[in-house]
Design a protein. Sequence first.
Lengths: 675, 472
Amino acid sequence: MQIKKSSLRLNRKTSTAFWLTCAVMLSWWFFTGQSSRDIKIYSYEAPEKAQWITSHDPAPHTACFRKDLELLSEVRHAHLSITAQGGFELIVNGNPVGAQTLWRPTRHFQNGLTESGQRLSEVEPIINYNFPREHQWAGHQNEKVLIHFDLSPYLKGGENSICIETEARKPLPAVIAFGSVTLKNGANISLQTDTSWAAEPVPKGLRQADWPLPENSVLTWNRAVISNEVSRRKFISSVPPSLYESPKKNRWVIADKSKKETGQTFRAPFSLEEKNLNSSAWLSLVSHSNYWIWVNNKRLGVNRSKKRGYNGGPDETGDFFGGYRYKDPRHGDPTENDFKRFENTLNRTRERPNQTGADLLDDRPEPGEPKGRLQDPYGFYEEPQAALPHTLLRQQASAEHHGYDISELLHAGDNEIRVRLIDDRAGRSDTYSGSQPLKFALFGQVGSTNLNQLEWQDLDQQPLKTAIRGKALAPDELPPLRYKGGVSKTIPKLFWGAIPLSFLGLLILSNLWQAFSRFRNPALIFSLTLLLGLLLRLCFQERSEIIFTHQKLWHYGWIILATFLALTQSLMPTLKLKKLKKKGTFITLGFLLLLTFILRAWEVHYQPIDDDEYASIQAVLSIAETGKPTIAQDIWYSRSPAYHYICAIFVKIFGPNIWALRLYSVLLASSSLFY
Amino acid sequence: MNDEPTTTTTKSESGFVRRFFSQTDLLPKTVNLLFAFIALALIALSFLRPWYALPQLSPEDGHYFTCDTFLTFPFKIAQLLLYTLGIIGLLGILLFKKLPYSAGLLLLRFAGLALFVTLIFPTFLILFDSDSSGDGAWLQQQHDTMTWLGGDIYRAHSERSIESGTGVNAQDPPERLAVFRPPTASLGLDRLNDWIWWLGYGPAWTQFAGKGWFFSSIGNGLLSICLFGYYWRKHIPTARFYLRKIILQQAVCFSLFFALVFSLYAITRSTLRDAEDATAHGHYDKAYQHLNRANNFIPSLRNDSGIIRQLGYFQWQLNQKEAPECQLYQIFWLDLNGYHDRAGTLMDKLYTQGKELPRHCARELARHQLRVAINDINSAKTTPALQHLSKLLHREPNCLQAHFHTQFANLQSDNLQQNRQAHAQVLTLYEGYKSKNKRGVIATSYWLLAQAETKAGNADAAREARLKSKGQ
C-alpha cells in the first residue's frame, strides 16, 4: 500500500504563519502581564522597632502573644499589619479580627485566610484536593505576605488586649506585627511586636476562651523572645500603602428619599497631576445599601461576596452585608418547638457530671428566660463552651466598608468617580421601606491628593445639583475595612480579534515572500519556550512560589530566554532542527530519564519510614553487616531476597543512610520510564 | 459429472477448514472476531436502551419508570445514519473494486465518528436539554444534600435521639440549584473543574447516564480496536497509517467541537457581562434582554436559581409582576425579609398555575416548598410540614428528599402506613441512582421504618427492617 506521509504534514507556509502568530500573541500576552492576571503587588518594610517575636519554650509549635494597652481616650483610628511563619489568629478584646489558619500544605496558598485578610491572587483553586502523605509537601511561605487589619471598631477607651495566636510546622513559631492607634484626643500610639508582649506556648493559667479578654491578667506569663531564626524586613501585599493607615474622616452623601427609583447615581469629578499617578491610589466606601461604583467608567468589583447567589455576577437580588446572617435567621429559633421535653428524672440534683469547668449545675433557661444557644434536651450532655461567642455580643454594624485599589484606573487631567446606590425596597408600598435615606461616604487618596473633599453631584437631579451632605461620620459608625482589590485584568477583545487577523496577514506575507519561511523555526522555538513558561507558572498556581512570577523579571526573563534560544537556533547551523531530529530520540530520552530521576530522588529522605520499609531496612542493614537478612535473633526476613541483597550493595558502597537505602527503588522507578 | 461439484466442494471445504485451523495466529484472530461481534451486539443494544435515565414516579399510580432526553433520538439516528453510510461505502468498495478507498479505513472512520458522536452526547444534553439537565441536577442535588458530610445521614447519627427518632436540623435544599456554574469569570485552565461540568461530565451525568450510552461508547471503541487489531495482524505499516489518519480525524473533530463549545461559553459569558453592566447602570430592560439572550445560547442556564431570581428582579423592575419568575422573586424576597405568611400566600397562588408553569420555575417552586416543609420539620411543626410535603409530592412525585422527610415526619406523627409508603418510594427512586453512597440513605430509611414498626409493636417487622438497615 502506498502511503503518502506528506499528506499528514502542514504546508510550510501555513506553519510559518501559525508559529509566527503564536510568537506574536504570546509575546503580547507576556509583555502586558496577561499571563499572570493578578492584582497589583506592593512592597512594605517593617519599622525598625518591630521585631520577630516568639515564645521562650523551644519545643512547642504554637505560641500565644498578648499586648495589653491602656487607652486614655476613645479610638479615632487603629490598624495592625501582621505576618507569621505559619498560621495566626488576631483577637482584640476577645473579638476575632481575622486569621490565616494553618491548613494543609496541599491546599492552595492563602487558603486559610479569613474574609478580613487580603489575597494576592483572585484565581480560584484548580486542584484543592486532599493528598495523602501531605508531610512531603513544603508549607507555603506565608511570612512573605503582610496581612492588614482595621482595629478601629475593636479597640475602646480603657483596658484593651491585642492577642495573636500562632502555629507553625516547626518549633518556636515567630510573628511580626506593626501598626498604630490614633486616639480622639490626638495622641498617636505606635504598635509593634517586641519584648514587651507577653508570650507563652499555650495560654498559661487561662482557658482558651478567656485569655484574650483584657480583664484576665497575664502578669504571670513570660515576656516574648526576639526570634533569631527570621530576619525578613521586607514584605509584599496587594493592599495599596496608606489604605489601612489613614484615618477615615468624611461626611455622608445622602440620597433623595422622595425619589422612588431603585437606584440613585452620584458623580464626583476631580483632576489629577501627572506626578501623582506614579504613587498608589485607593478609595474606600461605606454604605448601608448595595451599590455600584465606577472610576473613569471602569466598574470596580463590588460583588465579590461568596454569599451572593449568582457566582459574584450581576446581582442586585442578593445582599452582601457582612452582618446578614444575624439580620434575619432564616430558620427562626430551632429551640422554639413543641418537642417533648426529655427529663432525666433520675438526676434529681440536676447536676451535669460530664460538664467541665464552671456551671456544673444545669444552666437550662427557666421559662421566659432568653435562650442563648442550642439546648440539650436530655440535660446531661457535655457542653464545652459555657459562654456566647464574643462576636455575638458585639454590636453589629449594618453598613459595610470596602476598600479598592484604583491606581490602574486614573489618568492625568480630569477624572470621575460615580456611585450608584441601590434600594431594592423602592417602589414597594406593601413593606417597610426603612426610616433612613440611602447614603454613603467615600474616602480616598492618590499620592498626596486627598479624595475626601470631592464635590458630589446628584446625577438624577435635572438640572444637576450638588448632592445633599449629611453629618460627619462618627468613628463608631465605621465598620471594619474590608479590602476588595482592584479591577480584575481582563483579556482585551482586541487580543482575540488580533489572532485570526495576524494569522491571515502572516499567511499572505509568507505566500508573497518565499524567504519568509526561514522564520518558522525560530518562531517555533520562541513560542514553545514561552508556552513552557506559562506551563511552569500554571504548575505553581496554587503554591506560594507563585509570588516570584508576579515580578517583571519573570515576564521579561522568559521573553529574553525565548529570544536567545530562537536566535541560537537560527544562528548556529550545528543546531539545525533536522540534525537534532536524528539524535533527538536519544537526547529526549536521556533528558526525560534525568528528569524522572531528579523528580523521584527529590527530597526522598523527607518521607518518614513506613512500617514495612522499616522491616526491609533492618534486613538490608543486617545483610550489609553480616551477609544475612536477620531482623531478630535467628529470625531471617526471607521476603524478596534479591531486592534486599541489591539494596545492601548500595548500603555497602554509600553507607547506612536513608538515601542509600532508597536509591535502588529510585533507580527502578526511574527506569520504569522505558515502559 | 453429477458427483463432481459435490466432490469439489468437499475438497475445498476441507482445505478451507484445514487452512483455517492450521493458521498460527488462529487464537488471536478468533478472539478479535469474538470481540468484534460483542462490539456489534453492544452497538445494536445501544439503539434499544436509553442514553439518559432519570428516575421518575408516575403522579397517578406512583409506578417507577425512567425518562430519557429528547436528544437521544436524534443522536441514535445520527449513529444509524453513520453506520448505514459506512455499510453502503463498504459495499461500494467491495462491489466496485476500482474505488480508490480502503475498506478498513472507511470502516474505521465511521466507527471513529460514531464514537465521537457518542462522546459529545453529554455536552449536548447539558447545553441544550434544559428540562432533563435541570431535573438531573435537582435529583443529584437532593442526593448530595442527604449524603454529604453535613447532610441528613451523617448528622442524624450525631443529633438524633435513637430511642424516639426525634431530630432537629433536617437539611434543607441549598440556596442555589444550577446545572453548572455560569461562565461569568475566566474560561481558562484555572476553571478546569468547571470545564468538566461544562462539557457535560458532571455528577448528574455519571449518576443518570443510561446503559445505551455506555453500550454505544464501549461498542464503538471496541469495534475500532478490533479493526485495528485485524490490520495490525495483516500489515503493520498500514495499521499505523490508519492510526495516524484516525487520530488526525479525531483531533479535527474534537478541536472543532471544543472550539464550538468554547465559543458558545465565551459568547454567553460576554452576554452575562453585558447584563451585569446594564444592571449596574440601571438599564433593566437591556439587562433583561441580555440575560434572555444568554439563556437562548445555553438553554440549561435558565435552571440556575440565580438566573431565575435575576430574571424575576428585572421583571419586577419592568413591571411584569405576573410573570412566574417575578412571582418567585417576590416569594424569595418576602421570605428573606421575614414576611413568611405573605410569601406562603403567593406560593399557593403560583401553585394554582399548575402545568402552565415553566419547568424551571416549577422546580424552583418545589425547592422552595421543600425548604418551607423542612423548616417546619426543624421547628417540630409536623402537621404543616406533612401538608407541604403532600402538596409537593402531588406535583413532584419524584422528589427524593420529600419522600425521605415524609417518612421522617410520619415517624414523628406515628403514621405507620404513610411511613411504609414513603419508605417504599425512597427505595424505588433509588433504583435509578448509581452511586454507592445511596446505601446510607437506604439504611436510614430502613431504620426510620424499624423505629415506626417498634412504636407500633410489630417486633418481627421492626427486627427485619433493623437488620436491613444494617445491610444484613
